[in-house]
Design a binder for this molecule. Structure first.
Ligand SMILES: Nc1ncnc2c1ncn2[C@@H]1O[C@H](COP(=O)(O)OP(=O)(O)OP(=O)(O)O)[C@@H](O)[C@H]1O
Length: 442
């Protein structure tokens, strides 16, 4: 169920270049007005008006809480229910992606989607005592197509290259595994926020005023959730990816060279592959989706199409200078909105509990079989069987009811075991009695 939202940053305008229509029924629409420039000549067929529809539009004055309630909370709720969820922010550099996803540092109320979602999730865990929740967190930065583990706690390096490099591995079932990406358990909100802080610190340490790497890298904060009923073998696993994409600025406009040009090319290429995947997902009957083209699409493979609830936030700095970028961001958002996903619950069985349950089943079936065929078993009692029998015998011997009975079934091995236990018990009782008599006589 893909959705797209837009956060429009209203910078000082000399001349209005857009208008917003927030219609309750038809949804919100954003219209850009591009006046014709006489310098382009008298014969000028350029479009003057671009109109885009969105599920919701938020202006710069919108509070972070409003963004959380409208965008992140529904996705967090579906993750709690056992579905995968993704929220990604897309837009040009400086348009407010990091502010929306992580938040601003100045005021507590500026907390972004990640800290608010963590608060919300842990609050839900404490309110729901019928389930056992386990959470792990990972934080990945992709810069120039190389992944780095932001949760590396050694703080040794001061460059991004000093962080552990993350490598993509694929198993025969085409599941993606990320080697070297640490998955840290977080038992409560404080621990999860500390991990976020550690990741953001590693993200900042790697930057210098000359190299604002985070602007030119994709950052993926993932919450891995596992929930189960106490004692049940069924568990539900879900993932929530919160993605701060690199600035979508087009290379031609930025006029870069050297290292910056290389970075811009990587970003443009990976965002282009992201777009290709999105277009492929929106086409019906398309059998091949080109996820493998970039690290970003490989990592988000199960979170764009397939089994996921995806929400895209398009951020824009709407002033005349940035009109082209804003229109291109809107076009991208419209394409994303075409994907239709069939989200399914990620339910699976805990292997350890499942094995124990199956062993019990096999045991009871063997006993039934022995009873029906009358054949006696000659294999040894298993450790679990002995443990179970010992408990039964103990309960039987400690029971003060004279009419108490003990049912061991037709299995001769169990009857032998019981007889042996009983004689050991009687022998112990006799020696205790003998000791008592000797002590009294003495
Ligand atoms: N809604 C907002 N209210 C107040 N300040 C904001 C808002 N959105 C963004 N800012 C400020 O604008 C600046 C740029 O925002 P931000 O860093 O989030 O942009 P970005 O899209 O993540 O850029 P980059 O691509 O470089 O990472 C920051 O100083 C941020 O605090």
């Amino acid at each position: 169920m893909p959705e797209h939202m837009s956060r429009v940053q209203l910078f000082t305008l000399t001349q209005p270049v857009y208008s917003v229509d927030n219609d309750e029924k038809t949804g919100a629409s954003l219209e850009f007005l591009v006046p014709k420039d006489l310098a382009d000549g008298f014969v000028n067929n350029k479009r003057e008006c671009y109109k885009f529809r969105f599920l919701k539009l938020f202006d710069q004055a919108a509070k972070q809480e409003e963004i959380f309630e409208n965008i992140a909370k529904p996705v967090a709720d579906s993750v709690l229910a056992g579905y995968n969820g993704t929220i990604f922010a897309y837009g040009q550099t400086g348009s407010g992606k990091t502010f929306t996803i992580t938040g601003g540092a100045e005021r507590y109320s500026d907390r972004g989607i990640i800290p608010r979602t963590l608060s919300y999730l842990y609050e839900c865990f404490t309110q729901d005592s019928s389930m056992v929740y386990t959470t792990h967190v990972s934080y990945l930065e992709i810069y120039n197509e190389i992944g780095y583990d932001l949760l590396d706690s050694r703080h040794e390096g001061s460059r991004l290259e000093d962080l552990p490099k993350v490598v993509i591995m694929e198993d025969p079932d085409q599941n993606i595994h990320l080697r070297n990406l640490s998955l840290q358990q977080s038992a409560n909100e404080e621990e999860a926020l500390n991990l976020l802080f550690l990741g953001d610190t590693n993200r900042m340490i790697a930057e210098t005023p000359m190299n604002q790497a985070s602007t030119r890298s994709h950052c993926i904060f993932t919450v891995h959730l596992c929930r189960r009923e106490p004692g049940s073998a069924t568990l539900r696993r879900s993932k929530l990816h919160l993605v701060d994409l690199a600035g979508s600025d087009r290379v031609s406009k930025t006029g870069l060279n050297g290292q910056l040009l290389t970075e811009a090319k990587y970003i443009n290429l990976s965002l282009h592959y992201l777009e290709q995947v999105i277009i492929a997902l929106s086409e019906k009957n398309r059998s091949h989706i080109p996820y493998r083209n970039s690290m970003l699409t490989s990592v988000l493979r199960d979170s764009l199409g397939g089994n996921c609830m995806t929400t895209m936030i398009a951020t824009m700095a709407v002033d005349k200078r940035n009109l082209d970028e804003s229109i291109s961001t809107c076009r991208f958002a419209q394409r994303v909105s075409l994907i239709k996903n069939e989200a399914i619950l990620n339910e699976e069985l805990d292997p350890a509990l499942l094995i124990a349950r199956l062993k019990r089943e096999v045991q009871s079936l063997k006993e039934d079989l022995a009873m029906v065929t009358g054949e006696q078993r000659d294999d040894q009692l298993t450790v679990e069987e002995i443990q179970m029998l010992e408990e039964l015998v103990k309960a039987f011997l400690n029971d003060s009811d004279p009419d108490v009975t003990l049912s061991l079934g037709p299995d001769m091995r169990k009857i032998q075991f019981f007889k042996w236990k009983l004689s050991a018990w009687a022998l112990g009782l006799c020696s205790e009695l003998l000791l008592d008599i000797l002590q009294t006589k003495h």
